[in-house]
Design a protein around this ligand. Structure first.
Ligand code: ZN
Length: 391
């Protein structure tokens, strides 16, 4: 088992701990302390972090790991992610989801990709279901999928307020959430319902209706794309103030921002200014989703692909442009998403946690090194461990 000692690290766990040493044994952190001294003849890799920031690896709660899109025909299906897509974005934990298409994209393919990424060294999970209702599952029910399939943490992204969704009623969504909730309870998992929120006028009303008319709390739902418009952001802030966690999508394009989307880092600043508890806000990449741009006539003009580097980019903008404290912005990409998905050992640096960590340049917050599961994947800005078929 490899032992590693990171010296002289400016630790953000994500709370700031000052300059510390971090001792790692195998895939776990065993100590964080000042000037760790070891009287041992065990072989030890010692690294001077030169007071770079060391923070948890980013936890991405939504990536289309097997590809997504397809809404503009078969040629618009997006490519699947590669290991280096995650590493170059500082992402060490991914959660895969299907999207609009669950005919040509399957859960079986999703599970194979999750297991492949795990073999390559990432931490990987997935949601059962997709945009649609009745929910497509693997074993026959949402509850069974969550209870019986190791990497299944919930269902999603199920679509509301979107022309591509199944136009499900709050009663139908309540039944899905009840199954996910019980499945989660019985397996010690989150059983979360990841909700894709489209640009429909009804915004989050389906979720508010479930909370109002049933015993299911808003915290069972995890709505994403809340920065899609100022109006949806306002509804999301209402949702968060009533106990839920809301997610902002980091992947975007200048055209989409010009069309009214609130930039992810800006949405964080607005929500914090409005008094939302910082622990109820997250970012995800929506990596490998298609990012369509429609013209004034509603015709598809161009199509881009969601980037897994977007979350790190928005973290940087949150701190450097929006002037949000690093520890607060970091929570949105580490501790908070790990808590929502109940991923123990993820999103925080402490003895006993998984050794998933990033080294960042303290001035510009650029990515210097990436460790996942105690192994180096990037050193000195170079990816040193790639996916099986990457050159
Ligand atoms: Zn979505």
């Amino acid at each position: 088992m490899t032992m590693r000692l990171l010296r002289n690290a400016q630790v953000f766990a994500p709370q700031p701990l000052g300059i510390q040493d971090i001792l790692i044994s195998g895939s776990q952190i065993v100590a964080i302390a000042e000037h760790i001294r070891l009287d041992t003849n065990i072989e030890l890799e010692e690294i001077d972090c030169e007071q770079r920031i060391v923070c948890p690896g980013l936890v991405d709660t939504l990536t289309h790991i097997t590809g997504g899109g397809g809404e503009g025909g078969f040629a618009t299906r997006t490519p699947e992610m590669r290991l280096s897509d995650a590493i170059s974005g500082g992402v060490t934990t991914v959660t895969g989801a299907l999207g609009t298409d669950a005919v040509c994209r399957t859960h079986q393919e999703l599970i194979a990709k999750v297991k492949g990424l795990k073999e390559e060294g990432l931490s990987a999970y997935f949601y059962t279901g997709n945009y649609h209702y009745p929910v497509k599952t693997i074993t026959g029910s949402v509850q069974q999928d969550i209870m019986l399939l190791e990497e299944c943490v919930g269902i999603g992204e199920i679509a509301i307020a979107d022309h591509r969704g199944s136009q499900l009623s709050w009663q139908e969504l309540a039944k899905v959430a009840a199954e996910a909730r019980v499945g989660g309870m019985c397996s010690g998992k989150a059983g979360i319902v990841s909700v894709h929120v489209g640009s429909g006028e009804d915004k989050l009303s389906t979720l508010f209706n479930v909370a109002e008319h049933t015993n299911i709390p808003l915290s069972q739902f995890y709505p994403t794309h809340i920065n899609r418009s100022p109006e949806l952001l306002a509804d999301g802030i209402r949702f968060a103030k009533r106990g839920g966690t809301i997610d902002f999508t980091a992947s975007s394009t200048p055209e989409i921002i010009a069309g009214g989307e609130v930039k992810c880092a800006t949405a964080l600043r607005i929500a914090l200014t409005e008094g939302v508890d910082p622990s109820q806000l997250t970012f995800s990449t929506d990596g490998h989703a298609s990012l369509p741009h429609f013209n004034a006539l509603g015709e598809l003009e161009s199509l881009k692909v969601g980037s897994m580097q977007s979350m790190l980019h928005e973290l940087r903008d949150a701190v450097l442009v929006e002037q949000i404290a690093l520890e607060t912005a970091l929570k949105a990409v580490t501790e908070n998403p790990a808590r929502v998905l109940r991923l123990s050992g993820k999103g925080k640096l402490h003895p006993g946690a998984d050794a998933d960590l990033l080294l960042l340049d303290p001035e510009q917050l650029t990515l210097h090194s990436v460790m996942a599961g105690g192994a180096w994947f990037m050193r000195n800005q170079s990816i040193i461990r790639k996916g099986t078929f990457e050159a």
